[in-house]
Structures are given as C-alpha cells and as structure tokens.
Design a protein around this ligand. Sequence first.
Ligand SMILES: [Zn+2]
Length: 180
Amino acid sequence: MIGQLLAPWSPFVCLKRNIKLGKPTSSQAKSTIKSSLLLIVDPELRDEEKDRVWSYFGSACGYCGRKLNRAAREGHVDHLIPVSLGGRNHIGNRVLACAACNGNEKRDLPWEPFLKSKCTTPDAFAARRARIDAWKAHFGTDDLQLPPDVLAVLEAATARVFAAYDAAVEEVRALKNKMD
Ligand SMILES: [Zn+2]
C-alpha cells in the first residue's frame, strides 16, 4: 500500500524491496551500521592494492605455498591479524591465501603458529615467515590495527547510532501495536 503512494525511487520503497529479499533483524541492522562506520576509517583494498598483494606473494598462498589461479578466483586476500581481533583492512595487514588457509583452518589463530603448521620443513617456514615479516615491516605498525583513540571514537559514535536506532524501533513497534 505504502509503495503505491510513494515514488519508486523513494528510500522507503527501496527499503521495502530489501526487506522482501531477506529478513533484516535488529542485530543484522546494527552489524551493517557498525561495519559502514568502520569502513570509513578502514576501507577495503582498492583493485591496484589487491594486484600488489598478488604480485608480492608470487600468486601463491603465503602460508602453505600452493600456487593460485587468480582467473579461477582461487586466492583470498586474508588478514594477518583477524578483523575480530582488531586487524585492519590495510594492505600491510594482508596476505595472499588459498581457500583452505583463509577459511576454516586459520580462523582466529595468530598467523605465525598457523604458518608453522602449514610448513613441512623448517626452511619453508623460515622463508615464508621472512616474506611476511618483510611485507609487514614495509608498512607501519599502525597499519596492522586501528589505534585505540580511533577505536574509542568509533565505538562512541556507534553506540549513539544504536541508541537512536533502538528508540526508533520502540516507536515503530508502538505504532504497529496500535495498528493491530
Ligand atoms: Zn594455503
């Protein structure tokens, strides 16, 4: 009904379309808000930065050494320090990885013991660790994790949006109750 009253480009019409595609819950909405604010200070890699990661790691997994076919979308640009532990999207915190090393196997493990578990010889471990260390050293330590003061501002801004969102949900729920 509302859709018929509003112009097709109205944000509410677009929102209604999105809602039809899935079931956005309050926690999904909050997670989208949080990541959209985070991406402002910690943007995803640009294409040319992804090219640089592929080239530096010689189109091979930085952990297990498996050769990767980029055209077949085999490689992933993994995070050395996982995002869940405050790792940044910055190129200095990224390593080329195969699907197995990027996925379930590594999870939130620190990269060094994980790398060791993927190397069959001490020489391979030393060489791959040196490659990752040189990559990291090329960038600053601030490139690996967001500084605490930035995180504090981000957290406060996110909390303010969440509070406003919760209040809006209450308001609209009350409206819905009146409609029923
Ligand atoms: Zn691998």
